[in-house]
Ligand binder design. Sequence first.
Ligand code: PLP
Length: 227
Amino acid sequence: MYIEEQLNEIRNKIAEAARRSGRAESGVALLAVSKTFPVSDMMHAYDDGQRLFGENRLQEAMEKMPQMPADCEWHLIGPLQRNKVRKALEHGFALIEAVDSRKLAEAISRIAGELGVTARVLLEVNVDAEQSKHGFTPQGLQEEWEALVALPHLEIRGLMCIPAPTENPEDARPAFATLRRLAECLRERGPLPLPELSMGMSHDYAVAVEEGATIVRVGSAIFGKRC
Ligand SMILES: *Cc1c(COP(=O)(O)O)cnc(C)c1O
């Protein structure tokens, strides 16, 4: 089966990249990005041991969640509108990966407080500082750090980035290194351990693992081309 073969190959490549950089293979989670793919495809991945799935649209995730076995874990990886925060929190994502502004972080903390939960999130960083893109700039994140860590119902687990697409996977390395260094710098400032770095997609996840990724978000390399 195509999906099983692809999963095997990707797991091997992640293990090799981890070894090359002196890291434990177990320190890298493979997030299967299933957006646009049917539940039947996701079940092939599930039957091959995959439990961690990523969706970029809340609506699509909400439709798929009840159709998949209960031991799946879900990450929301796409932009989240503030008026959908409550819905997202009620659906129990293990991680909301793309918190891209202080306003959104504040909204999530406030609503998580109302629901009596702590929201686990990553902060999205615009590593190549493109005007058009979502996310904190590295400098902006440094400036807002104190205010962000003070939000009571938010557990900031780390950082994520979606660098500009590159022809050659190697060309994404500086962006991944930027995210890693920023996380190191924020860890030094304290008080959070920031264990997670979500970076790397189908064509460059191996480079991302070499640069310290703990979550790689891989879609088309598992499930095939999206139409
Ligand atoms: C779609 C998507 C991915 C996966 O992209 P592929 O190139 O198919 O691996 C990763 N991260 C985010 C945020 C996405 O929206």
